[in-house]
Write a protein that binds this ligand. Structure first.
Ligand code: SF4
Ligand code: FES
Length: 240
């Protein structure tokens, strides 16, 4: 069994697991948007960037220590995405250090550049991953003074699901769900750069009996239920 060290904690895990899975098994949640345990790995949101390395070993194979007695870690030159990096025996992972947090904060800043500031009227507010990370991984104010990019809003994917292109963070969870779970591959990314959005293939509707699951699966408020949107806030509801 591979043993890895996450934030100084030794964790025994299983071969084939990714860092995000091994961490979660041990109660460590690495920030993420696109990763979902029931879907294939897309690795496109970059929110799960972590520092990865291994202990430096001397010629005799023993771990080297610095003058203070701490083991020396050889970090990979670039941060890695935890959702697509498989564990390896002896791996060292840093999910809370300065460089890791700076990278995750930078991802959040990019995601928020064009995101509408409409949390007060968004159905997802109160259970939104973007909102949550805006508290934990953001500078608290925007440096972007230009006009935000505008995209199609209130697009009906069926008579049950409404898509808001401006709220979408392009995590592709809905596309993968349609392809892999609902088996109705009708959604696709279109356009380039900051104009990328999601469209239905021409002449199609996303109306699989499973389709409404994407509303829950969407980590932000980009997908809403046609007959429930704007009717209640999450904190007014109770678990059933
Ligand atoms: S609509 Fe939601 S689930 Fe789909 S790509 Fe956008 S943010 Fe992700
Ligand atoms: S969760 Fe890893 S890249 Fe999105």
């Amino acid at each position: 069994m591979p043993t890895i060290t996450i934030d100084g904690r030794k964790i025994e895990t299983q071969p084939g697991k990714t860092i995000i899975e091994a961490a979660l098994d041990s109660g460590i949640t690495i920030p993420h948007f696109c990763w979902h345990p029931a879907l294939s790995v897309a690795g496109n949101c970059r929110m799960c960037l972590v520092r990865v390395g291994s202990y430096k070993k001397g010629p005799d194979g023993s771990i080297e220590h610095d003058v203070e007695g701490n083991p020396v870690v050889q970090w990979m030159p670039k941060l890695q995405i935890a959702c697509a990096t498989p564990v390896a025996d002896g791996m060292v992972v840093d999910t809370v250090g300065e460089k890791t947090i700076a990278a995750q904060n930078a991802v959040m800043e990019f995601l928020l550049i064009n995101h509408p500031l409409d949390c007060p009227i968004c159905d997802e507010a109160g259970q939104c991953k973007l909102q949550e990370y805006a508290f934990t991984h953001s500078r608290g104010e925007s440096r972007f003074v230009e006009e935000k990019v505008h995209k199609p809003k209130r697009v009906a994917w069926s008579d049950r699901i409404i898509f808001d292109g401006e709220r979408c963070i392009l995590c592709s969870r809905c596309i993968r769900f349609a392809n892999e779970i609902a088996k109705q591959p009708v959604l696709t990314f279109v356009e380039r750069n900051d104009h990328v959005t999601i469209e239905l293939f021409e002449g199609t509707t996303f109306d699989s009996p499973y389709s409404m699951n994407v509303i829950e699966l969407c980590p932000v408020g980009a997908l809403t239920s046609a007959d429930f949107r704007f009717s209640s806030r999450v904190w007014e509801m109770s678990f059933t």
